[in-house]
Write a protein that binds this ligand. Structure first.
Ligand code: SF4
Length: 343
């Protein structure tokens, strides 16, 4: 039987585990403090635990499962991409983006992605597997320990569709926010989705609407969206809109749309008008991400004038819009560039 990953366990699960070893319950608090508040990366670092407990933890559990293979920093120093390997031989990518005092870790939730958006490197290879909540937590601790600084924000926007790995994503959110865990405010956490509508409502309800939701829109025209984000064929724009209407009206939560702008595909003025209409109805904010080239596709990034024109149409309709600087483009760490395989 494989050993449990310590970072997969909630407080009550860890208490049950150590009680089964006849170790007092209060030791669970100490272990969790070492993991999440003091960022211990080895059991031996947990100084106020007896040696016998160190031995038990090493023998019966894993504290870490990811092996760091490489770290690559972008030319402007803003992003670092961490490539790690799982014990079963998959590659996992995590990105740190530093902007002023904000240190945001972009974590992967799956090894590969089943959604297979046409412009995205993560969806190109063979799907590996879901990551566990502990493997998601480990990405954050590993980054924090490497840069020797606390993490201020977490975005679930790396490889994978978080809501396609729903239970583990929800557990990760619990650990991230728990007082015994990372104790991170929900406002500092964003989960991105390609639009798995049945899961969106339960996600918003379970998180009390506090965790930010970001929807990868990429087109407000059904045909174009189905081409770019194939899951749109199953959960089309009409259904997505109804779901987001409910999120916005019943739960009074704001939504952010991510819009990867690709020359000649979704950057026309008609596309901008439709995006403005939908965003206005849902009072959504729009992040425009100029397309980041990947080697498998010959899509192009629109010219700065074209990006500006698209942005202006939205602004004229009163939409809050931001053109996102493509952090990490030179190290393939920007949105849609994370991939499963190195070659
Ligand atoms: S953009 Fe997101 S949902 Fe789409 S294939 Fe890439 S990782 Fe998956």
């Amino acid at each position: 039987m494989t050993k449990p990953h310590l970072r997969d366990l909630t407080k009550s699960e860890l208490e049950s585990l150590i009680l089964s070893w006849k170790v007092p319950r209060y030791r669970a608090d100490q272990i969790l403090q070492w993991i999440y508040q003091k960022n211990a990366m080895a059991v031996e670092d947990m100084q106020n635990l007896p040696h016998e407990l160190h031995a038990l933890l090493n023998q019966k559990t894993d504290l870490n499962r990811l092996t760091l293979i490489s770290m690559m920093q972008s030319a402007n120093g803003e992003s670092i991409k961490f490539l790690t390997k799982t014990p079963d031989g998959h590659l996992c990518e995590t990105v740190l983006i530093t902007q002023q005092k904000r240190r945001t870790v972009c974590i992967s939730t799956q090894l590969g992605c089943r959604i297979r958006c046409i412009f995205c490197a993560s969806g190109k290879g063979k799907f590996g597997r879901n990551l566990t909540a502990g493997e998601m937590m480990e990405q954050i601790s590993m980054v924090s320990s490497k840069v020797k600084a606390p993490i201020t924000n977490v975005v679930f926007m790396g490889m994978g569709e978080p809501l396609d790995n729903y239970d583990q994503t929800m557990k990760a959110l619990e650990i991230l926010q728990a007082k015994w865990g990372f104790a991170l405010s929900a406002r500092r956490i964003t989960v991105s989705t390609s639009g798995i509508t049945p899961k969106i409502l339960s996600f918003v309800k379970t998180t009390g609407g506090r965790v930010r939701l970001s929807v990868s829109l990429h087109s407000a025209i059904n045909e174009t969206r189905s081409y770019l984000v194939p899951i749109n064929k199953k959960y089309g724009l009409a259904e997505l809109t109804r779901t987001l209407d409910a999120v916005h009206q019943k739960l009074k939560r704001d939504i952010t749309f991510e819009y990867t702008l690709i020359e000649g595909v979704n950057d026309s003025m008609q596309q901008a008008e439709q995006t403005a209409k939908l965003s206005s109805r849902l009072k959504a904010k729009v992040n425009i991400i100029p397309y980041n080239p990947i080697r498998e596709m010959d899509f192009k990034t629109p010219s700065p004038e074209r990006i500006k024109a698209f942005q202006s149409i939205l602004e004229k309709r009163g939409i809050r819009v931001m053109v996102r600087q493509t952090a990490g483009r030179d190290i393939d760490a920007a949105c849609g560039q994370l991939r499963l395989k190195r070659d």
